[in-house]
Design a protein around this ligand. Structure first.
Ligand code: ADP
Ligand code: MG
Ligand code: MG
Length: 909
């Protein structure tokens, strides 16, 4: 460890319109501390206090308690001295006591950090002094019992022993309330409060074996150390690991003079927002409680009242309360304390302008004087996020770049898919949890078989896993739920493409196809029972939960417009049908980066011809079946070209192992045998023959086209003929033919040769030509390494990062569900590499492949078409290494466009 710097500042003070720190110092002072400093220096009334820096937390972890206390003792004592001077009271003094709060605060808000301790500095003597000084015994004893409760819980570890137990202090309070026949904390008499204090201290003694600390300084150091310890608590470590926050960030400790909202009817406490966090509407709003302290407002013990009269009236309408009763029983702060309200209204305005973003604030009124205790950029819904950003821009508070940077890309998802009605969601019961595979909300009746999806008007398809055969049913169902499979399982990928809600890999589900039942934790559900899915969280609910359709606002369109202005990288879409292509275009896709031709073969009339082709033993037989498929493929391509109106369309030649196309059920095998006039045994033999030990590494990709060149020939013909047909109609097409799974240059050359020869034949037949490109997917690590040689011939690269991730890690995409969750749980992996591109490892291959490819062909067009093409951090990576475009599922297009703009702005800064 480096030498300890004895002279650097470890304690930053704030108060009385001055501060040592400011809002830019979040890394050193934590978010809360930095903003307290900032507010103080711009003249907002903040109770004076100080912040012990995050660096001290790191020093504590290295040096231990004794040395660290010695290191900061003088500074802390002087800082307390400073508070005493400003507040005119003394810490630990019996006649005129100063009390403080101790608040944790890391650079980002983090669950698992120590909860705040209020009213620190009280003991049996000081409480008497406080009562006398304020002439308010009730208040003094209420503060004391709160203090023991909070200190006992968060510093002395007096938490409930198990999750079924109630808090030991709550238990004592409940007991007394019951005995006294009262329900509210505010109904306790002074004697009750004194009894509570006594009982609380007894409970502490019994549980910890020590007396409750009486010396205020002992209390203070105990609380400071507890904050440092909480940084390494289980919950905090878990959260840190999950988000990749390093351990040496540390947390700051804020110590601040107490102001009291519990001093009676002229006091209170509340929270407020400068704009509506739900809708984004520009209205000041919030809640407060009279005669309350700390978290009482959010704790839900009493019904909080609204801050503005408008808000109060809106609230009363929803709660079905008459105006007369509202004004009498639940008046707004605006009505009850007009001058305090005016002052607060002024501060919210100042703070929003100062921070140039919606603020979430905490305040306390002590005996008619207003104090602000916290401000931060407020959390908000996706809809509010977009509205607020665009409103702030129009109000001239921020510029275009800032507006774009205010958007959290993934949150746009909320706007594009159905959501649950918030009121219905509150009553809903979560029955199990899976992976949030494809966002949105869905409710419907359980069906277990894809071909029965239309049995009910609203159905949820529940499967152990899905296969390409289920495509049609998946399209009909409102949502898809699977027991197996990860974020890139068949169900997940297809659902995202369709923009359909999907929860995958819900391991707790036991599905029995025979009895048509679904069992979860001993509870049985049947076909036709209602369930609901939240594809954005992975929650599975019992019963029907009402959903609401999304509505794209004008602000959303304006935002996307802005994204186009700043985004330099193109965004294409992965689309297999004209419908997908149209949806994606409406979201602003600038082409198709991946059309998977195999999906076209699964439709009823086509699968037959496809199977005949696979089952044929001779080239002649195969060619015959391909003849049948040709017109169907051609018309598919025509549809897609037409939808894209001249934008580039990348079409991948047949990719999956043929085994996926043959029937596996006896009944379908029989049908096929009859149709083809061959024996059932012959069908069975062929199916068995196609079985592979490792299909992902087997006979697939360009290995198909190279062993059965007639397939490539047919597909090329379909593409080129489709393009020529549209050309005749006056529609421009830009086909880009993509050869999958290339590992060696020869593989590419052999396929390219077939493509070019076929195209030339068609050109001669038609006496016309179209421009087209031949390129490849880079998805085998060897291809990335050989990229310079491949680029001699290939006219474009598209990184297939699903397979590239699979092969670089050696994780089978279809089996990763068994170990990836455990790896993430144990922190071996931070995130699922199939979801978020592994920039460190797989990213190297992407970067190197791009560089090597361009070393041969400087203007080589490079894109990405894996699932990562719609994931924000991966999109940013693609921009930074100089890709021409990313391609993602239609519903991710707006997100990718936004990230492309943000990446360009960030890179220029
Ligand atoms: P959190 O990070 O959970 O919001 P806070 O440190 O903000 O925790 O504190 C919890 C509650 O205690 C808040 O309502 C806050 O306003 C209140 N509080 C914190 N410090 C003081 C203080 N010095 N005087 C009065 N109330 C305080
Ligand atoms: Mg707070
Ligand atoms: Mg692939």
């Amino acid at each position: 460890m480096e030498v300890i710097d004895k002279v650097k500042t470890r304690v930053y003070r704030f108060g009385n319109k001055k501060a040592d720190g400011n809002s830019k110092m979040k890394n050193l002072l934590g978010g809360k501390g930095a903003n307290l400093a900032e507010m103080s220096s711009i003249g907002i009334p903040v109770p004076p206090g100080f912040t012990i820096t995050t660096e001290v937390c790191t020093e504590y972890n290295a040096l231990g308690q004794e040395e660290v206390v010695a290191l900061i003792k003088d500074e802390v004592e002087q800082a307390i001295d400073n508070i005493e001077t400003l507040m005119g009271s003394t810490f630990g003094d019996i006649d005129n006591p100063l009390l403080v709060s101790v608040r944790s605060g890391a650079r980002v808000s983090m669950p698992g950090m120590m909860d705040t301790v209020l009213n620190l500095g009280l003991n049996d003597e000081v409480v008497l002094g406080l009562a006398k000084k304020t002439n308010n015994e009730q208040f003094a004893w209420d503060s004391y019992r709160r203090f023991i409760q909070m200190y006992g819980g968060v510093v002395l570890g007096m938490k409930p022993a198990s999750k079924e137990d109630i808090d030991p202090f709550e238990e004592i309070m409940e007991h007394l309330k019951h005995k006294r026949g009262i329900t509210l904390d505010t109904e306790f008499t002074v004697q009750d409060l004194k009894d509570l204090v006594y009982d609380f201290k007894e409970a502490v003694k019994k549980r910890t074996g020590h007396d409750f600390p009486t010396d205020p300084w002992d209390q203070l150091w105990g609380a400071i150390i507890a904050v440092f310890n909480s940084w390494n608590g289980d919950r905090a470590v878990y959260y840190r690991t999950m988000h990749g926050y390093p351990a040496d960030w540390g947390t700051a400790v804020n110590v601040q003079a107490m102001v009291y909202g519990n001093m009676g009817d002229t006091s209170g406490t509340g929270v407020c927002f400068t704009r509506d966090a739900g809708t984004g509407e520009n209205v000041f709003n919030g809640e407060y409680l009279i005669n309350a302290q700390g978290e009482d407002v959010v704790a839900g013990v009493r019904t909080p009242q609204q801050i503005t009269k408008l808000g109060s009236q809106r609230w009363a309408e929803l709660a079905k309360i008459e105006e007369e009763d509202r004004a009498k029983d639940y008046p707004s702060l605006e009505e009850l304390m007009p001058s305090i309200f005016e002052e607060l209204n002024g501060y919210q305005d100042i703070l929003e302008k100062h921070y140039r973003d919606m603020q979430d604030m905490e305040f306390t009124i002590q005996d008619g004087k207003l104090w602000i205790l916290q401000t931060r950029n407020g959390k908000r819904t996706g809809a509010a996020m977009v509205k607020i950003a665009m409103d702030l821009l129009k109000e001239g508070m921020i510029n275009e770049k800032e507006a774009l940077l205010l958007i959290e890309p993934n949150k746009l998802d909320e706007l594009l898919h159905p959501i649950f009605d918030p009121a219905a969601l509150k009553r809903a019961h979560v029955m199990a949890q899976g992976l949030p595979a494809s966002p949105g909300a869905a409710t419907g009746k359980i069906v277990f078989f894809a071909d029965e999806a239309s049995k009910f008007k609203n159905s949820i398809l529940v499967r152990i896993e899905t296969s390409p055969e289920d495509l049609e049913g998946m399209n009909i169902a409102k949502g898809i739920l699977t027991a197996r499979g990860g974020m890139t399982s068949h169900a997940a990928v297809v659902a995202r493409g369709m923009g359909k809600c999907c929860v995958s890999g819900a391991g707790a589900l036991k599905i029995n196809y025979k009895t048509r039942t679904l069992t979860v934790n001993g509870h049985e559900y049947h076909e036709g029972d209602w369930i609901s899915l939240n594809g954005s969280t992975g929650n599975i609910f019992e019963g029907k939960v009402a959903t609401m359709e999304p509505e794209l606002s004008g602000e959303f369109a304006e935002l996307m417009e802005l994204a186009s202005v700043y985004g330099k990288m193109n965004v294409r879409t992965n689309a297999d049908t004209p419908k997908d292509a149209k949806v994606a275009r409406s979201f602003g896709a600038q082409g198709i980066g991946l059309t998977r031709t195999e999906h076209m073969f699964f439709e009823v009339d086509r699968i037959k011809a496809m199977r005949e082709m696979i089952l044929a033993d001779t080239v002649k037989g195969r060619k015959q079946a391909l003849e049948e498929l040709l017109p169907m493929q051609r018309s598919d391509f025509e549809g897609i070209f037409e939808a894209m109106q001249g934008l580039p369309v990348t079409i991948r030649l047949l990719d999956p192992p043929l085994h996926e196309f043959v029937p596996h059920q006896l009944t379908t095998q029989k049908e096929l045998a009859e149709e083809m006039h061959i024996s059932l045994q012959a069908v069975k033999n062929k199916v068995a023959e196609l079985e592979e030990f490792n299909p992902m590494l087997g006979h697939r990709g360009c290995r198909l086209g190279n062993t059965y060149p007639e397939i490539t020939e047919m597909q090329t013909r379909a593409i080129i003929e489709a393009a020529l047909n549209l050309k005749e109609k006056g529609i421009n097409c830009r086909p880009e033919i993509m050869i999958p799974l290339v590992g060696t240059v020869r593989e590419f050359e052999a396929q390219e040769h077939i493509i070019r020869t076929t195209a030339n034949t068609v050109f001669e037949e038609r006496e016309d030509t179209v421009d087209y490109l031949v390129g490849t997917m880079i998805e085998v690590p060897r291809a990335a390494l050989m990229a310079d040689a491949i680029a001699e011939r290939a006219e474009f690269f598209s990184f297939g990062t699903n397979d590239l991730t699979q092969m670089t890690f050696g994780y089978s995409r279809d089996d990763a569900g068994k170990f990836l969750p455990v790896y993430i749980d144990k922190g071996i992996l931070k995130v699922d590499p199939f979801e978020v591109l592994d920039q460190e490892g797989v990213g190297q291959l992407v970067k190197l492949g791009t560089e090597r490819g361009r070393s041969t062909k400087p203007d080589l067009k490079v894109g990405i078409c894996g699932e990562h093409g719609g994931e924000p951090s991966s999109v940013e990576f693609c921009y930074n290494i100089g890709m021409d475009y990313v391609s993602c599922s239609p519903y991710r297009v707006p997100i990718a466009r936004l990230v492309a703009a943000q990446a360009a702005i960030k890179a220029a800064q």
